[in-house]
Design a binder for this molecule. Structure first.
Ligand SMILES: [Zn+2]
Length: 195
């Protein structure tokens, strides 16, 4: 490119000198055309260099971004691998605790309420032990199931007629006493359970 510009400029100068020496206007015009051509080559060369520089810059940016992406991907993969390792370690521990908890869970009150006449007064395992002071007077019947209704102060045996047409809740006797319920005189749960 530099050589072309130099050659054009030399040619233009030579043509100009020749035109002046020979007073030939045609040679002078050609000299001007060659000069303009040299200027055009210079401008075009500069633009090409600028475009090349811009292209290199964009390429460098792209490379840098690729590098950054690769780093990020590596980091994410490493984190995922670490998480997978932790999960595998966790799952290799036998799940004895949840299974035992499920097995010992008491049947839900709803299930018991479906068949209130079917031996509901017999002892059942409780969710949690009642307070010690209510166990002592109730003795071994503390965990016997009795039936209560919201808004009614008595607790009943499952077969009590006063429960007819209602949806009683089965709770341990100890809890009924603790919650302030008193025995129904019709079904007499205290004496029936004791006897
Ligand atoms: Zn009753």
């Amino acid at each position: 490119m530099q050589v072309v510009i130099l050659a054009l400029l030399v040619a233009a100068l030579a043509l100009l000198v020749l035109a002046l020496l020979t007073s030939n206007t045609t040679l002078a015009l050609i000299s001007i055309v060659v000069s303009v051509a040299a200027a055009a080559v210079i401008v075009r060369g500069r633009r090409l260099r600028q475009e090349e520089a811009a292209r290199r810059g964009a390429e460098a940016d792209r490379q840098a971004k690729l590098e950054a992406d690769r780093d990020e991907t590596t980091r994410v993969l490493a984190a995922a691998a670490a998480e997978a390792g932790r999960r595998a370690a966790r799952e290799s521990v036998p799940p004895a605790q949840p299974a035992a908890a499920t097995a010992s869970a008491e049947p839900s009150p709803e299930a018991a309420a479906d068949r209130p006449d079917d031996g509901a007064a017999t002892a059942e395992p409780a969710d949690e032990p009642p307070a010690a002071d209510t166990i002592a007077p109730l003795g071994r019947h503390a965990q016997s199931r009795v039936w209560v209704r919201d808004g009614h102060p008595r607790y009943h045996l499952a077969e009590c007629r006063s429960l007819n047409g209602s949806l009683p809740e089965g709770i341990p006797l100890a809890q009924a006493v603790e919650d302030g319920f008193t025995p129904c005189s019709m079904c007499d749960p205290d004496n029936k359970l004791a006897g």
